[in-house]
Ligand binder design. Sequence first.
Ligand SMILES: [Zn+2]
Length: 485
Amino acid sequence: MKDRVELYDTTLRDGTQMEGISLSVDDKLKIARRMDELGVHYIEGGYPGSNPKDIEFFARMSEMNLKNACLAAFGSTRKAGGRADTDPNLKALIAANTPVVTIVAKAHDRHVTHVLETTLEENLSMIGDSVRHLKEGGRTVFLDAEHFFDGFEANRDYALQCLKTAATGGADCVVLCDTNGGTITSRISEIVRSVVKEVPCEVGIHTHNGADVAVAGSLAAVEAGATHVQGAANGYGDMCGNANLFSIIANHKAGLHAAAVAKEEWSYQHVEPERVGNTNRFLISELAGIGNVVRKLHERGIEVSLEQARSIRDHIKEKEALGWQYEGAEASFEMLVRRMLGDYKPPFEIASHKVTIEPGRQIDPRTGEREYIAAVRMTVMVRKNDREWKGHADHEGVGPVDALDKALRAAIVGQYPGIASLRLTDFKVHIIDSHHSTEAVTRVLIESAAGEFSWWTVGTSPNIIEASLMALVDSYEYWFLQFQK
Ligand SMILES: [Zn+2]
C-alpha cells in the first residue's frame, strides 16, 4: 500500500456538473494550472470525445507542462455486448493521450440489471475487458465504482466482485463512490476497512455531499486505509456537491494524522495558507484591514500612509456598495489607488463616445433557428491636453466590447503605436442583483495580456457599454504604466 495519500481533483468533470457552472476552455486550462500549482496529484479534465470543448481542452493540455499533477481523462467501461477494442468511448479515452484514464463502472447489482439493463456477469466482463484494454494501452487506470456503498449494502459479494475484477485486470486503484452522498461516516469507515482487506490494489474514495458530510467521509476513508481521495474545488459538483478538496487538504492534520500524511513537512500545528491555494492572495474587499492595504500597495511599489490607506479602504467600501468588486481585478485596484493619490496623469481621456447597435436577423434555412447579426458602430473621441483624436469601428457580428476596443485602439494608436501589443484574452459579465429594486448592475471583467504578462480589470455600471469602457480604460492605462513609462 502506498505511504501517501494522493489527491485527485475532479473540479473540471464532476464539478462542472453543478447547476450554474459553465467553464470555457480557457477557464478550464486556468483551473488546471492552479490545481497543479496547488500540488494535487491528478487532475481529471473531462470526457474526451463527448463535446468539442473537451476535445479542445485535451488537445491544448497536451501542450501544457504540469509541474505536479498527471492529467486524467474520464469515461465509462465498454458498452454491454460490445468489444473493448472497438468501443468508441474507450477509443476516445486512448486518443486523449493522457497518462491516466478513469472509467466509471456500476457496482450496485440493481443498477446493473435495471439501469444498464444487462446481466451481472456481463457487467463484470465490461469492467475486466475495459481495464485490460486501457492497461495494454499503457495507461494508469482508476476505476470509479459508482453507487458502491449502496451496492455494498444491497449485495456485498457482487460489489466486491466488481472491484476484484478491476484489480485482476490491472487497475491501479478502485475508487469507492458514495454517489448519492447518503452514507454516514461510521459506515464509510467500516466498509472501506473491509474493502482494503479484500481487494489487491489501492483503494480510493469519492464522496458527495448529500448528507453534508462528504469531507468527513473522505477523511474517515483515509483513516480506514484509502490512499486516494477525489474531490472538487470548493465542493462544486452535482446535486449537493462533491467533497471539498480544499477542506480535505486543510484537514490533513486531523484526518490523516497517523494513517498517511501526504508529505512529511505538512504541518500538524495549523494549515499554511499555501496548502489551500492562498499563496500571495490578498482579498481586496471592504473587510480588508488598513495594514493589508498598506502591505499590498507596497508590493506594487506604491507607498501610502495609514491615513491614505484608510481613505482608500473607505472608498473601496463605497464602491462595493455600488456593485464593484476588486477581488480578481487587481490592475483596476491599482488604478483606483493611483487616481486617488493625486499625482497620476492619465495618458488620455475619453472626451465622448457614441455607440449604435443595429440588430439584424436572419433565419438559418436548415434549422429554422434565428440568428442575430448585430452591426456595432462605435465612435470614441479621445483627448490629451487640448488635442482630440477620433477612433471609429464598424463591425458586423462582433460583440460591443470587441468593437469598443477596436474604436479606442484606432483613436490612440497614432500616438501610442505600442498599444498594438495589448490583447484582450478573456471577458466575463456578471449581472449583480440590484441593491435598488429597479435596476440590475452589470460588472464586466476583462483580462488583457502583453507578451507573457496578463492582468484583470473591472468596470461596473447599470449599462454594459459603460461598464466595458471602464474596464477597457483601466486596462489601457495599466498597460501604459507597465510598458510606456
Ligand atoms: Zn461524483
